[in-house]
Design a protein around this ligand. Structure first.
Ligand SMILES: *Cc1c(COP(=O)(O)O)cnc(C)c1O
Length: 380
């Protein structure tokens, strides 16, 4: 955690503005992360996944460093343009797009689009003639703490047909993409996907279509409770896999980091609302915070992401607690299957700091469930 964030929170408390939880994002950390990606993967263009944290200050800082942007909607494209990115630095990476949104993106100058089936290629051929397309392939997500299931991508065996259709309809069959699953803890998971990708490159080359690009997706982890390897280890593993499967004809590559770019740049300050037990012989205490699944911590779903939590009492002994949010929805429980160890001396009214919350917090908290407002956000 950064001293700048702690200082900001102290000032906020002194001004009496701390009645609701907030997240604070330190742009210096975002800039350091961008530099680390650029160094670990020197020949790879970075397309920041806007959904991880679309705060205008974050986008502007990344645009100024030369980052490109992976956008999933027209609004995200407009946000990237407003931050100073030119349209040639934007991809429309969602495989599920309305044809009128494709048209709008094309009018705004975007020329790089994702597809994973023939129907989407047909929309692109009508609404974005001549654009570059890459085909997303399925990836099993093993090793990821937040796997991405089967919603996006087609089987590698189907990708040549999709790209061949794009080629025949006048689009530029440009490359392939995959996503190894978010918070991917194993740097070697890119290997199998790159092997499939190289196979598709060869198959299409035999039919006279020369793909140029592999989009390596996101998945780069941030530090939560468990240790993760540095981005350098990911760069090394990816380069080794590229060499192994593409030999000396390594294609152009891009990455789409979201979590790995902003996760560790943010910290949430929240407050303990209630501490109680359900019966006299209950072994675990229930600790209720003023933040939960509906105002910022949606990624605790199925207890997948376990955030580090700091309190003023951290030198005291700890005991297992069920941690829950403030709403009247019974799913608004953060950690119960695996209770969370918190200091025995923790008190009602105490502040807690939740680390690693720069990614996927504000974006998941856009509604005012039970009258709890969306998470306040500051960028410093
Ligand atoms: C969300 C998303 C990303 C970012 O994934 P992280 O695991 O946060 O790095 C990258 N690419 C696509 C297409 C996405 O939808």
């Amino acid at each position: 955690m950064t001293d700048r964030i702690l200082e900001f929170l102290r000032t906020r408390r002194e001004a009496g503005q701390d009645s609701a939880p907030c997240v604070v994002v330190d742009l210096d950390v975002v800039r350091d992360n961008y530099a680390a990606f650029a160094k670990a993967l020197p020949d790879t263009r970075v397309f920041y996944a806007v959904k991880a944290n679309p705060a205008p200050e974050v986008l502007a800082a990344l645009a100024a460093l030369g980052s490109c942007f992976d956008c999933a909607s027209v609004v995200e494209i407009e946000q990237a343009l407003a931050a100073g990115a030119s349209p040639d630095r934007i991809s429309f990476g969602n495989t599920i797009k309305k044809e009128r949104d494709i048209l709008r993106a094309f009018e705004l100058g975007v020329r790089l689009f994702a597809v994973d089936c023939e129907a989407e290629v047909e929309k692109l051929a009508r609404a974005a003639p001549g654009a570059k397309v890459f085909c997303r392939m399925l990836c099993d997500g093993i090793g990821a703490e937040w796997p991405l299931s089967r919603k996006f991508g087609c089987a590698p065996a189907m990708a040549p047909r999709v790209l061949e259709l794009a080629h025949s309809l006048g689009l530029e069959a440009y490359g392939l993409s995959f996503h190894v699953g978010s918070q991917q803890r194993n740097p070697r998971m890119w290997n199998a996907a790159l092997k499939s990708a190289a196979g598709v490159f060869r198959e299409l080359a035999e039919r006279g279509i020369n793909l140029q690009m592999v989009n390596l997706g996101g998945g780069f982890p941030t530090r939560y409770l468990k240790r993760v390897s540095p981005v350098r280890a990911y760069g090394d593993a990816i380069f080794t896999a590229l060499r192994r499967h593409f030999g000396n004809q390594i294609p152009e590559t891009i990455i789409e980091p979201g979590r790995g770019m902003v996760g560790n740049a943010g910290m949430i300050e929240a407050e303990v609302v209630l501490i109680s037990k359900k019966s006299d012989d209950d072994e675990v205490k229930w600790v209720y915070l003023d933040i939960g699944k509906f105002n910022g911590l949606a990624e605790t779903m199925d207890e997948m992401i376990r955030y580090p939590i700091r309190t003023e009492y951290d030198s005291d002994p700890r005991e297992p607690c069920v941690l829950a949010g403030p709403t009247c929805d019974s799913v608004d429980v953060l950690y119960e299957k695996e209770p969370y160890l918190l200091p025995v001396s923790l008190e009602i009214g105490a502040k807690v700091l939740i680390e690693g919350t720069g990614a996927y917090t504000t974006t998941y908290s856009a509604v005012g469930f039970n009258g709890f407002p969306p998470l306040q956000s500051y960028v410093i």
